[in-house]
Design a protein around this ligand. Structure first.
Ligand code: NAD
Ligand code: UDP
Ligand code: UDP
Length: 334
């Protein structure tokens, strides 16, 4: 039943990994949720459990086109997030970040909604400051294969701050660091899903480069909690704010951890490091702690155990139930 605290909330990219968890949490908090997604990398399978909920509505739509709905808040998550997916159609990736941001900001302006952008640690590129603080402007290659994503997200941040300055919009910008958990796409090439699927199916674990590059992995529940706290923070706080887990691991350490937790007999093999692969990444989360009272709660071992349980039952159920509607398979096997 609607109460005075019930909000109408739009989640773009709501059928994706992070978006589906966010929709679920917003419904649990008693809100009405409109999930907009073109199912480029997300699937209806991710939101199947929500489809029967009268407070939930799924709209198949591409955010690069205008959208007219009446809402109180917008979480703008639409954008492919894994390197394989965002490099498959790089022009569309930039359009999604840039045209998508313009349309969602235009919508927020018309209906006076508060709007949150899912930005990324990729705006720091291959960082020369470690750990990364929000003041750092980044070290991004503007013409490389990752640029469609990095520069698209940087431009989206620019648009958010220009709408804030020019039109007084209520904006929030979250810089999300690597997040993992159930409903990651098993074939999207991201390291956590790759290693777990390889370990569970007895295939070699593919470490790129010498495996000494680092990442910091945040469990999805923690990231979603951070996004909601940011949305509900005072209007004076716009961010950008880092959301991530400061625990930093090399990819070799991650591979060894996954082998240990799955009890797998898989061997580690080494493959070429992709272009512009950041050497190190670790968030400084002092700002999130201070402004949002947020810090991650789930330890890597516990989160990995939950993700392993998900992929285990997923693999046993057969992969065919989770298919994208775009021809990404060729890219994935490349
Ligand atoms: P995901 O690929 O699972 O989800 C993205 C969703 O956006 C998918 O459902 C996809 O179909 C949808 N989408 C893509 N283009 C669209 C378009 N033009 N119109 C409508 N929908 C479109 O990825 P995710 O990991 O859930 O990431 C969600 C957001 O969070 C992305 O914006 C991503 O850049 C950001 N982010 C994620 C991480 C992470 O580690 N997961 C880290 C940093 C930032
Ligand atoms: N827009 C939208 N939904 C709305 C209002 C606007 O998708 O409810 C789109 C619109 O198509 C426009 C963009 O958002 O291209 C930017 O809107 P804005 O009002 O900022 O700019 P303008 O319409 O003046 O170009
Ligand atoms: N990586 C790896 N093996 C894989 C997939 C990825 O060693 O099978 C590495 C990749 O080179 C990068 C890190 O893991 O250094 C994280 O990659 P991911 O694609 O998950 O995220 P991002 O590079 O965007 O942080």
């Amino acid at each position: 039943m609607r109460t005075s605290s019930t909000k109408r909330i739009l989640v773009t990219g709501g059928a994706g990994f992070l978006g589906s968890h966010l929709c679920e949490r917003l419904l649990q908090a008693g809100h009405d949720v409109i999930c907009v997604d073109n199912c480029y990398t997300g699937t209806k399978e991710n939101i199947r459990a929500l489809l029967g909920n009268p407070s939930f509505e799924f709209v198949r739509h591409d955010v690069t086109f205008p959208l007219y709905v009446e809402v109180d808040e917008i979480y703008n998550l639409a954008c492919p997030a894994s390197p394989i997916h965002y490099q498959f159609d790089p022009v569309q990736t930039t359009k999604t970040s840039v045209h998508g941001a313009i349309n969602m900001l235009g919508l927020a302006k018309r209906v006076k909604a508060k709007i949150l952008q899912a930005s990324t640690s990729e705006v720091y590129g291959d960082p020369t400051m470690h750990p990364q603080r929000e003041e750092y402007w980044g070290n991004v290659n503007p013409i490389g294969t990752r640029s469609c994503y990095d520069e698209g997200k940087r431009c989206a941040e620019t648009l958010f701050f220009d709408y804030f300055r020019q039109h007084r919009l209520r904006i929030k910008v979250a810089r999300i660091f690597n997040t993992y958990g159930p409903r990651m796409h098993p074939n999207d090439g991201r390291v956590v899903s790759n290693f777990i699927v390889q370990a569970l199916s007895g295939h070699p674990i593919t470490v790129f480069g010498d495996g000494s590059q680092t990442r910091s992995f945040c469990y999805v529940d923690d990231t979603v909690e951070g996004l909601m706290l940011l949305m509900n923070s005072g209007d004076e706080f716009t961010g950008p704010v880092n959301l991530g887990n400061p625990g930093e691991f090399t990819m070799l350490e991650l591979a060894e951890k996954v082998i240990e937790l799955t009890g797998s007999k898989s061997k580690i093999i080494y493959k070429t490091l992709p272009q512009d692969d950041p050497r190190q990444r670790q968030p400084d989360i002092s700002l999130a702690k201070k402004k949002l009272g947020w810090e991650p709660k789930v330890k890597l071992d516990d989160g990995l155990a939950r993700a392993i349980a998900y992929f285990d039952s997923f693999l046993k159920s057969g992969m065919s139930s989770l298919k994208n509607e775009y021809p990404l398979d060729e890219a994935r096997s490349g």
